[in-house]
Design a protein around this ligand. Structure first.
Ligand code: FAD
Length: 248
């Protein structure tokens, strides 16, 4: 995890939060979003980029704790959204896929110190895979009013056309921002796919980051993050301008 905050903002979050599953959206067989609303306490504050710990009930009694990056705007104070990617045999995954809506879940948080760079650079490039869109969506949605004119570029790595999700949300950002562009990068597309192909780490140069002041945000698969960092280091790109959160 890369830290980019040097202030004395201490992580809070020891208090147990009781939060209700207000809505469930299944985007693909492997991607589920939970819309969470505060029960006790009635409000919840976090900064974009942070995550919460879900306390997954277990038969042993002691909950299993798993981290989930908040996918929604930091301006919402009565709840948040979480995007889950199903992991076969995963404790939290099977619990979350068993939810029907209306359940009250235990969380702690917020945690994490990967934040949006302030002041921002002219361009922000977001590279994410799997459910890594969560942190990036929160960064961008939280900054619509504050930084509407930045050049936002987002590459979203998934396997096939069937794994594409969040198009409606990304289109909403596009309609609200002056210069937002996003593309899906498919590692196993069908022959008819006209968009970007391959691994996301091979698309780092799709946007100029040598002449345009740029911040990179990386989220999701750890191998992707490592590859992108290695490539950028080889170019002499300033590592302080790379903000990364690995989910595995
Ligand atoms: C800071 C942070 C933020 C995160 N945010 C999110 C998020 O927003 N959305 C999200 O879906 N996940 C996120 N994760 C990952 C999440 O915390 C869990 O690790 C993941 O959901 C798997 O938990 P599980 O209990 O289902 O699987 P486990 O029971 O922990 O694992 C079961 C098996 O799957 C393997 N495994 C674990 N995680 C992964 C993975 N990601 N990919 C492939 N195999 C895996 C394990 O090695 C194990 O063999 C985040 C992780 C971190 C550290």
């Amino acid at each position: 995890m890369t830290t980019n905050d040097t202030s004395s903002n201490k992580p809070k979050g020891r208090q147990l939060l009781k939060m209700r599953v207000a809505k469930i959206a299944d985007y693909t067989p492997n991607i589920r979003e939970l819309f969470i609303e505060c029960e006790e306490p009635a409000t919840f504050e976090f900064r974009a980029g942070q995550f919460v710990m879900l306390h997954v009930p277990t038969e042993a009694g002691k909950p299993a704790l798993r981290a989930y990056s908040i996918a929604s705007t930091e301006h919402q104070k009565n709840g948040f959204r979480l995007v889950f990617k199903f992991v076969e045999t995963g404790v939290a995954s099977n619990f979350v896929w068993g939810l029907k809506g209306g359940e009250v879940l235990d969380f702690t948080g917020p945690f994490g110190r990967v934040f949006f760079k302030e002041p921002p650079t002219e361009q922000a490039i977001f590279l994410n895979t799997g459910s890594g869109i969560s942190q990036h969506f929160s960064f961008i949605e939280s900054n619509i009013a504050k930084y509407p004119d930045l050049r936002y570029r987002l590459l979203f790595g998934v396997r096939t056309e069937a794994d594409i999700y969040y198009v409606e949300e990304l289109e909403r950002l596009k309609s609200q921002l002056k210069d937002f562009e996003y593309h899906f990068v498919l590692s196993r597309p069908s022959e008819s796919w006209k968009g970007k192909r391959g691994y996301i780490q091979n698309h780092v140069d799709d946007y100029d980051h040598t002449k345009t002041p740029t911040t990179f945000y990386l989220c999701g698969n750890g191998a992707m993050i490592k590859d992108v960092k290695t490539k950028l280091a080889g170019e002499g790109f300033d590592p302080k301008m790379i903000f990364a959160e690995a989910f595995d």
